[in-house]
Ligand binder design. Structure first.
Ligand SMILES: Cc1cc2nc3c(=O)[nH]c(=O)nc-3n(C[C@H](O)[C@H](O)[C@H](O)COP(=O)(O)O)c2cc1C
Length: 327
């Protein structure tokens, strides 16, 4: 069946899923300034969704995991990213996500978090290609949504010949390759030369699967270079969005005036309260660090903003600090 993936113009540029970052408020901020070709939610535990809804019978409005799956119409197409090592849980969560109106489901097979790996999920699946294929099949059979996978190039060492082939044979719509191994964590630079190898394998084994490269992409210009040198179909940008919700509009972070950055931070905090209610305001600290940097007095303003616990406090601190003349 045709999915939105087939109608994307290549090369395309997508938003990385990031826990406690790409929530509905942040996605909204990015959508207004220059939308990526595809949005992603933060990852969410399929087992957790099942447990909270079916065993604990938690109301969806009060369930923080369901909060992760909240979205607004501005963010389209959008994928929900789920993780589990159990096919029946993947099936459950995929049906749920399809019912919520997502455009696709993405399976996380790259997260190095020990708690997730202990469940046999995330990056642990790189060591278990047979189970990974079963999970993909479970998602494919659960709904008509396109299924994609986000993973790494290997576990202790690059193993594309085995791992990528197993994924391609399971026929997902797209595979995002974070161009590091599990062992690399984020300690070494992403190795984009491996994307050339991945593209060659893809062209041989299953040319219909889209390949998206990820890791250390600085901005859209850098993404274009990396895509044309490696031959992949698209690039995923993660940390490049920090403090720069204009990144998909082609703007580099240093080109944005301070006043616009501070106004964006205030808007994010306001939307965070409206759209992401079950989460603690302190989650915004990452964004405060990213937006409030690189100008005289940034450290002082940052320290004050770290104390804010509401959007009203945050905007008052900014107004006081700048004497209102910057906004
Ligand atoms: C704060 C943070 C949260 C992340 N959360 C997720 C996640 O929920 N799912 C996922 O697949 N990857 C997650 N990642 C990994 C990113 O999606 C991406 O693969 C990684 O940051 C490398 O891309 P970049 O160099 O463009 O940031 C996270 C990374 C960071 C820094």
């Amino acid at each position: 069946m045709q999915s939105f993936w087939q109608s994307l113009t290549k090369p395309f540029f997508v938003m990385a899923p990031m826990a406690d970052v790409t929530d509905a408020a942040f996605r909204q901020l990015v959508a207004k300034r220059g939308a990526p070709d595809v949005f992603w939610t933060e990852f969410v535990s399929a087992d957790g969704l099942y447990h909270t809804r079916e065993i604990k019978k938690m109301k969806d409005e009060e369930n923080p995991l369901m909060g992760i799956l909240s979205k607004t119409p501005a963010e389209r197409p959008i994928l929900a990213q789920i993780f589990s090592s159990k096919p029946d849980m993947i099936s459950y969560a995929t049906k749920l996500v399809a019912g919520l109106g997502f455009d696709g489901v993405d399976l996380n097979m790259g997260c190095p978090d020990r708690a997730i790996e202990k469940q046999g999920a995330g990056a642990a699946l790189v060591k278990n290609p047979k189970l990974a294929a079963e999970l993909i099949r479970a998602a494919q059979e659960a709904s008509s949504l396109p299924v994609s996978v986000k993973t790494r190039v290997g576990y202790n060492k690059e193993s594309l010949d085995e791992w990528l082939i197993a994924l391609l044979e399971a026929n997902p719509a797209a595979i995002t390759l974070h161009l590091r191994t599990r062992k690399d964590m984020s300690l070494v630079p992403a190795d984009w030369t491996l994307m050339n190898k991945a593209v060659a394998i893809r062209n041989r084994v299953n040319p219909s699967v889209l390949l998206i490269g990820n890791g250390d992409v600085q901005d859209l210009e850098d993404a274009q270079i990396k895509i044309s040198e490696s031959g992949c179909d698209g690039a995923m940008l993660g940390r490049a969005m920090f403090g720069n919700p204009w990144v998909f509009a082609g703007r580099k972070t240093e080109d944005t005036p301070l006043a616009l950055k501070l106004a964006a931070l205030i808007e994010l905090a306001q939307d965070f309260e409206k759209l992401t209610p079950p989460k603690n305001f302190s989650i915004l600290k990452k964004h405060i660090k990213a937006f409030v940097t690189g100008f005289d007095g940034a450290a002082e303003l940052r320290a004050k903003l770290m104390q804010a616990s509401t959007s009203t406090e945050l905007s008052a601190i900014i107004a006081n600090h700048t004497g209102n003349d910057i906004l």
